[in-house]
Design a protein around this ligand. Structure first.
Ligand code: ADP
Ligand code: MG
Ligand code: MG
Length: 954
């Protein structure tokens, strides 16, 4: 294998061609000038023993570096070395390490003194292995590719330059050696174009529609062959010569200098351009966005060229060792005959599927398939690789771990365990937790969606796909759904009053609102498909129309939304529930036979084995509990009791309670609510099958329950038999300047203990009922918004009092506990005091974030986007925990809570509980569980297991 390292095209070696070789001394390279910074000293000296090592060579089955050296050699360089080391056919080359990049920027863009000699030695090694010489104007010359390579591939970095080393003399040598003029001049044409563009900066100027080199090329084609499409590979050698002359003229005109003909000068220019590109604007912006430190630097790879453009026995392609969309273990990829690498991605011609190679070049295909297996056995992950076939011989140019969809990630991880390639712990670590919900999402038919037309974009708020007739209000949506219609609820924004419509709909589409808007929150909780904040939509409730770009859609028209991508399509696209949901939640026998289902279940089993924390769910209804348990939740971490008050005529009793003017009147109204609450809790205890339920007592400001519009207020007045003015007065009284910091949370129960008493009674009576039926209720009563121990004490007293009564009345004992949410800074800071009363803490990180940052989540749309752009906040703190700020308070509360009560139970119930980074943080600070919406449970379980496995490894 070693000997098979890339060679110049076979044709050059035939005796006939050799005979044609002129008698000029073979080793005479093109003249060199000592101007560029890389060549201060005499060229091509060998490395002095003491100098630091900057250049790492590979070739002929050996390599200085290996795959573990990504920080030093970059991702591309490390893996090229690794492939070379294990005997894969990689053209010889070397990597200039990232240390040189660092030196370059630390030293005013100059190079270490020893570098130049090391580069010369590196070229010397390639020459020896390949049997050709850089700058040789007499025989087949060594040509190289100069390729950038940071640790991870990074947009913004310099594009690869191919065929470097060509000039007016070496191109003739190449032509003569190969007897393939079109090939030789095609290489030269490509080289001048790439080098002119990326190194010399001959690029599109303001006002120009096309790249200047492309314009020259197209103009020539039109002049010579008429207007019409002509593929580049149809150009003759003579065409190419003329184009090259024009290219050179263009370079002269734009840069004021001739195109550099000295190969060494070309090489220096290219190397400097790579290092220079590390600090270009695009690269800086990208690094900032993905938090990549500038100190990492990029490496430069210089590698012998192999040629995919010598004819129809050659080609270039990219491939995956498995299908990156489905994860299926098939050879997947595409290639172009008679082409150099960049043609495949550039879309110059339409590539063919790699399977076609089996017919066109069976030997090369067999070799590639062999390599595909070697790559997987060696790297133990799905690989994304680049190859070139030169005259029937396969060469490897790159490999890396391939990006994949969530569905593919699950399949590949589980199947690789079965194949014995990786162990189950590695499999768990391999699936990106935030991609797991793709496996749960309803899906569009793949073929159909390709033909569909995107009319608007918004935030991908609820993953999955949904198609339906559009309805603009909840009632009509429910009505239509009752007639078995598929419905999309379209609103400017949603509010709790739309809930019924949202439940009835296949998907939710809003014109306003962000990822934490009501629509998005509900969508996540219910696992609904949702696109929100699609600003291009103009909804007219009166006319019942939706206008996008001048096109009008009426109620009942079909639209489709993709909540994974945030796209809105015109018309209907076929969808279906994911196999996993059909199998787990709907208990569908057919779905359970499915591969995705089985893989998912297997993965979740491993998660259970690897995790330390458990996962609970935020749920208000028995159905949500059922779903969450099916996904492996082990209890409820948050039941929001107020959600229960919106249904049916409960809201009337609730409003009556709020409007009551005396304790008696209030108690009368509360008595009406009691049976509803009891029934709800019973349903939940029953569904929980003995798992615990954390029940939060009334939390939101009361005005949220009162009607705002005059009409609704009149309706209510009529219903309750009171004057409408009284309602208006109460709405007025309850108005607050800062509702978030106002009369809410335990403050409600402190002022109206009878509300707390009613809720406690409902919980305990339901628990007694459940126990009697054998369901073993475990209520954990949670008092919200506590900042003072005394607040909790007062509320807990009410709870215990009711508990005593109910237990005596029912002659039973109830297994309950009381605790609090930690959601205001004072609560966290005095957690040692609060833990004297609280048996558990649950971090309410939504409010804790609002109160710690002093930012209202619901108003954050106006200031957070620029905050993220300017990196004042690294990520949206309402989506992922602000670990340094909010996280510090959480750590304090954990520590102080445990000081007072060693076995205090600790959890989190904010929206963050289903976000992978936050879950990992919760594991790090030692919480016992996280709680999240039912459809996030698998994501949280995976993140929790990954956190625990990573911690164990350390
Ligand atoms: P990127 O990081 O953008 O993928 P690469 O450095 O991998 O850039 O180069 C892009 C393409 O150029 C490769 O896919 C390959 O087809 C071609 N290429 C790179 N190096 C060589 C080489 N030594 N010989 C022939 N083609 C090459
Ligand atoms: Mg590449
Ligand atoms: Mg709260």
């Amino acid at each position: 294998m070693a000997k098979k390292a890339a060679r110049a095209p076979k044709r050059s070696a035939t005796p006939a061609r050799r005979a044609a070789r002129p008698s000029t001394p073979a080793r005479k390279a093109a003249p060199r000038k000592a101007t560029a910074p890389l060549r201060k000293s005499a060229a091509r000296a060998t490395t002095t023993a003491k100098a630091a090592k900057y250049v790492y060579s590979w070739g002929a089955g050996k390599a200085d570096g290996n795959g573990t050296m990504k920080p030093l050699l970059g991702g591309k360089g490390a893996n090229l070395a690794e492939m070379g080391r294990i005997g894969l056919p990689v053209p010889a080359g070397f990597t200039i390490s990232t240390e040189v990049c660092t030196y370059y920027y630390d030293n005013k863009r100059t190079y270490p003194a020893a570098l130049q000699a090391q580069i010369a030695a590196g070229i010397g090694k390639i020459e020896k292995i390949m049997g050709v010489t850089f700058g040789d104007a007499t025989r087949f010359p060594l040509l190289v590719a100069v390729r950038s390579g940071a640790r991870d591939s990074m947009p913004g970095m310099m594009d690869t330059i191919l065929n470097l080393g060509l000039n007016d003399e070496t191109v003739i040598a190449l032509e003569r050696a190969t007897q393939n003029p079109r090939f030789a001049w095609d290489c030269y044409r490509r080289f001048i174009q790439m080098y002119g563009d990326v190194v010399l900066g001959v690029q599109k100027r303001a006002g120009e529609d096309h790249e200047p080199f492309e314009t020259v090329l197209e103009t020539y084609k039109d002049e010579t062959y008429g207007n019409g499409h002509l593929e580049d590979n149809k150009l003759t050698a003579d065409d190419l010569k003329t184009i090259i002359d024009r290219f050179k003229a263009l370079v002269k005109e734009r840069t004021g200098k001739a195109f550099p003909s000295d190969p060494w000068q070309q090489l220096e220019g290219a190397v400097s351009a790579v290092f220079g590109s590390w600090m270009n604007d695009r690269a800086i912006v990208y690094r900032r966005k993905y938090n990549i430190p500038a100190e990492w630097g990029t490496a430069v790879n210089v590698q012998a060229m192999v040629f995919g453009n010598t004819g129809d026995e050659s080609g270039s392609g990219v491939a995956f060792t498995r299908d990156p969309a489905t994860g299926e273990k098939v050879f997947y990829g595409e290639f172009l005959l008679n082409a150099q690498g960049e043609d495949v991605v550039a879309g110059v011609r339409t590539p063919e599927a790699v399977a076609e190679l089996a017919k066109q070049m069976p030997k090369a295909y067999k070799e590639l398939d062999r390599i595909r297996k070697v790559l997987e056995t060696h790297f133990k992950d799905m690989q994304d690789f680049e190859f070139t076939i030169q005259d029937g011989t396969v060469y490897m140019l790159q490999t890396r771990n391939g990006k994949r969809t969530g569905v593919a990630a699950v399949r590949i991880a589980t199947e690789m365990v079965k194949e014995g390639l990786i162990d189950w712990k590695t499999a768990v670590m391999r699936v990106p937790a935030d991609q797991l919900d793709q496996v749960l999402a309803p899906i569009f038919d793949r073929v159909a969606v390709k033909k569909a037309n995107v009319i608007a974009r918004g935030l991908p708020a609820g993953p999955g796909a949904a198609s339906g007739e559009i309805y603009f209000n909840a009632d009509r949506a429910v009505e239509a759904a009752a007639k078995d219609k598929k419905v999309l609820l379209v609103r400017v924004e949603t509010s709790p009053e739309d809930l019924r419509g949202m439940i009835a709909a296949e998907g939710i589409l809003t014109a306003r609102g962000g990822v934490s808007s009501h629509a998005a929150l509900v969508a996540r909780q219910m696992g609904k498909v949702c696109v929100c904040g699609a600003a291009a939509l103009h909804v007219d409730y009166n006319k019942r129309t939706l206008t996008v770009d001048g096109t009008v859609y009426n109620e009942g028209d079909w639209l489709s939304i993709d909540g994974t991508a945030g796209e809105v399509y015109a018309g209907r696209i076929e969808t279906g529930a994911s196999e996993v949901i059909q199998g787990l939640v709907e208990n569908d026998a057919e779905a359970k036979k499915g591969r995705t289902f089985k893989n998912f279940v297997q993965l979740m089993k491993w998660c259970a084995e690897g995790t330390r924390m458990t996962v609970r769910t935020n749920a208000d209804t028995p159905e949500q509990v059922r779903n969450a348990l099916a996904f492996g939740a082990v209890g409820i971490g948050l039941t929001r009791t107020e959600h229960m008050f919106f249904e049916g005529d409960r809201i009337d009793a609730m409003r009556e309670m709020i409007l009551a003017e005396s304790l008696e009147a209030r108690q009368e109204a509360l008595a009406k609510l009691l049976p509803y609450q009891r029934e709800d809790f019973f349903g939940i205890f029953k569904e929980l099958k003995g798992y615990p339920a954390t029940i939060r007592f009334l939390d939101p400001p009361l005005h949220e329950f009162l009607p705002n519009s005059g009409d609704q207020q009149k309706d209510l007045a009529k219903k309750l038999g009171i004057p409408v003015e009284k309602i208006q007065q109460r709405v007025h009284d309850l108005h607050e300047f800062n509702p978030m910091l106002g009369f809410r949370g335990c403050r409600l129960g402190i002022r109206y203990p009878e509300i707390t008493a009613m809720q406690a009674r409902a919980v305990f009576e339901a628990a007694a009922d459940a126990n009697k039926k054998g369901y073993k209720a475990k209520p954990e009563i949670m008092i919200p918004l506590v900042g003072f121990k005394k607040e909790l004490d007062l509320q807990v007293e009410v709870v215990h009092e009711v508990a005593r009564k109910v237990q005596a009345e029912r002659k039973t004992t109830i297994n309950y506990s009381v605790g609090t949410m930690i959601e205001v800074p004072r609560g966290a800071l005095t957690a040692d005091e609060i833990a004297q009363t609280a048996e558990f803490f649950s971090f309410g990180t939504n409010d804790l974030t609002q109160t710690t940052l002093g930012m209202s989540r619901d108003d954050s749309g106006s200031f957070l986007p620029p905050y993220e752009e300017l990196e004042i906040v690294k990520k949206n703190p309402f989506a992922t925990i602000d670990q340094t700020g909010v996280g510090a308070l959480m750590r304090i509360a954990v520590e102080k809570g445990r000081q007072t009560r060693k076995d205090i139970k600790l959890g989190i119930c904010g929206e963050h509980g289903g976000e992978p980074d936050s879950v990992k943080f919760c594991d790090a600070i030692g919480l016992d569980y996280v709680s999240c919406s039912p459809f996030r449970v698998p994501v949280a379980r995976l993140a929790a297991a990954q956190a625990a496995l990573a911690a164990k490894k350390k």
